[in-house]
Design a binder for this molecule. Sequence first.
Ligand code: F0G
Length: 456
Amino acid sequence: MKTIIEPFKIKSVEPIRFTTQEEREEVLRRARYNLFLIHAEDVLIDLLTDSGTAAMSAKQWSGIMEGDESYAGARSFYRFEAAVRKLTGLKNIIPTHQGRAAEKILFSLVGGPGRKIPNNTHFDTTRANVEFSGAEAVDFPTKEGLDPDLRADFKGNMDTTALAAFIEKTGRESIPLCMITVTNNSGGGQPVSMRNIRETAEICRSHGIPLYLDACRFAENPWFIRQWEKGYASKSVEAIVREMFSYADGATMSAKKDAIVNMGGFLALNDDQLALRARNLLIVTEGFPTYGGLAGRDLEAIAQGLEEVVDEHYLHYRVRSVEYLGEKLTSAGVPILQPPGGHAIYLNARKELPHVPPDLYPGQALSVELYRAGGIRSVEIGSVMFGKYDPQGKLVPARMELVRLAIPRRVYTQSHIDYVAEVMIEVHQRRSEIRGYRIVQEAPMLRHFTAHFEQV
Ligand code: F0G
């Protein structure tokens, strides 16, 4: 059959609240045009993030009831450990309360001044944790990965030539580990090919540098490998996942993505000595090594989610529903980063609103308009998030002005997605009237969370 259906039926529902255009205008005014400052109850369709926003299955909810809350050695920990080990093959599995806690522990141990961490593209918390330790975070996206209009496979890849040259120049001693982020979230949710992971691993191995995966979307990535990469069409997703991890010496994970839970994460690594130090730090910052920052019930839900996420019907539906939204927008002429990513569509606001200059934040203008028109919350990934000021106080814009529509897992149906497309297309038709926003108040760091704006 041609129709890809949601591979589940819905047992429990949560109402969403409809608002009028006047109400939304008032909500926007009160939130100073910053969508982070809106109450979630005033949002109809929330595409702010795919992180921690998933719908859990009946089996995950029953795991919540069955969780063993023993302080040490809980049954739920061993179930969690076995589930992670089955997929990753990694030796030491350390639970944390979310992805950035795993990053914090890892980079507290291997980072520090003078150290450099290469990655295809660091996610912002990863970069922040590297930099917080005093080390430098260096990105090596490919040229194709930087061209939003180019339709190419595996635009999330690492530029291995640049990486090899960087290692030669920098020297192995300053590089405690190399990372690959799958899928490449900051690069448009684009996948990384198995070949690229293998080549990166070979380069790292030849210099004695461990390779770590930022594995948040470790199941969506193999779905693309299976579709696009020669030799993988008949392999099971689980086999592809295991091959991916076979090239890695460790991984950080936000279970809020591809473990389909609302909270959780882990650090996994083969190096016993480093693991010992990580567990010691974990005890100080997160908790005893058999629960990290989590309750036993959370560990149960993660273990179950890790089984469900590699189900092929689930992944087919998941990746196809994002692509479906991308196709609808593309055929209406809405410029998006091509091709659609695994977890999100990224609208190209620079192209959509060419009359709004970077210092009036076209991405912000477009995301505010989506809320105003249809109660949809998205997130600006452009000069509000990544813009910097030069010494004269002039804005140095971000490389791209994007608006991310991230799709929560198993939450919205096809008609919700149809509605999102309809709203966006309506906004697109009157794009020339959309005006920019000025920042009137901002924090020195991570200003996008709290900034206040004023319509121009
Ligand atoms: N790495 C990647 C690639 C991520 O996308 C995220 C989170 C993290 C690490 C950190 O994990 O939130 O559990 O601490 N991304 C979310 C997003 C916030 O909206 O893309 P965390």
